[in-house]
Design a protein around this ligand. Structure first.
Ligand code: DX5
Ligand code: ZN
Length: 220
C-alpha cells in the first residue's frame, strides 16, 4: 500500500501521514510542476519537512518536464526513491542519475504511452509505475484499458527474471484493485480512496484485503 498524500490536508500533513502509518508500506509523494501536468504541488523543501516527521519510505512521483535538475535536491531532502516519466525523454541518463544518487529508480508511464517505451530500461529500474489515470489530479476514474498493459509488463518482467515492482496509480480502490493485482501489480497507490475516508486505516485495509482476496493470497 502506498497512500498518496495528494488527497491529504497539507496544512496538517504530519498528522495526516500518521493517520495512515499503520497500513502504509511506502508513502507516495506527488510532485507536479505545472508543465508536465496542469497542476502544481510541492518540491524538495516540503519533502525535507515530511522526512522530519516520518521514517516511512518516501516514494516521490515526479510529474515534471525536467526531473534531472531536481533529483539531487529530492535525495538531499530525504526521498528514498523517485519515479520519472518516460514521456519526458532522456530516460537512460535519468535512471543512471537516480542510481548514482542512491535513489530507488522508478519509471512512470502514462495511460496513452505503450509499455514498450519503458521496456528497454527494465533491467535498470526498481519500479515501473503504470498510471491508471491521466496524471495531474486525485479523485479521477480508473482507466480500465491499462489492465492489459499491467499484464504485458508483468510477463516481460517475469520472462527476464527481474525483481521490478509494478506500481499502479490513479483511481485505485477496493473495487478497481482486483483487476490490477490479478494482472500483476503489487504496489498500490491510493489517494482519495484513503484520505477521503474518516477511518484511513480501515480504508487502506479494505483495499489491501480486496487485493489479497483477488489473488488468493494472505500475504499482501
Ligand atoms: C495523480 C497522482 C496520484 C493521485 C492518485 O496524478 O499521480 O498519485 O494521488 O489519486 P487517486 O487515488 O485519488 O486517484
Ligand atoms: Zn502519483
Amino acid at each position: 500500500m502506498a497512500p498518496s498524500i495528494l488527497s491529504a490536508d497539507y496544512a496538517r500533513l504530519a498528522e495526516e501521514i500518521e493517520s495512515v502509518r499503520q497500513e502504509a508500506d511506502v508513502l507516495h509523494v506527488d510532485v507536479m510542476d505545472a508543465h508536465f501536468v496542469p497542476n502544481l504541488t510541492i518540491g524538495p523543501p516540503v519533502v525535507a519537512w515530511i522526512r522530519r516527521h516520518t521514517d516511512l519510505y518516501l516514494d516521490c512521483h515526479l510529474m515534471m518536464d525536467d526531473p534531472g535538475q531536481y533529483l539531487e535536491a529530492f535525495r538531499d531532502a530525504g526521498a528514498d526513491g523517485c519515479s520519472v516519466h518516460v514521456e519526458v525523454g532522456g530516460t537512460g541518463e535519468l535512471v543512471a542519475k537516480m542510481r548514482s544518487l542512491g535513489l530507488g529508480a522508478g519509471l512512470a508511464v502514462n495511460p496513452e504511452t505503450a509499455f514498450e517505451e519503458a521496456e528497454p530500461w527494465l533491467e535498470e529500474i526498481d519500479l515501473l509505475l503504470l498510471m491508471t489515470v491521466h496524471p495531474g489530479f486525485g479523485g479521477q476514474s480508473f482507466i480500465e484499458e491499462v489492465v492489459g498493459k499491467v499484464g504485458r509488463a508483468r510477463k516481460a518482467i517475469d520472462e527476464k527474471g527481474l525483481a521490478v515492482e509494478i506500481q499502479v496509480d490513479g483511481g485505485i480502490d477496493a473495487a478497481t484493485v482486483p483487476a490490477v493485482v490479478r494482472a500483476g501489480a503489487r504496489l498500490l497507490v491510493a489517494g482519495s480512496a484513503i484520505f477521503g475516508q474518516a477511518d484511513r486505516v480501515a480504508a487502506a485495509r479494505s483495499i489491501r484485503e480486496a487485493a489479497a482476496a483477488a489473488i488468493g493470497s494472505g500475504s499482501l
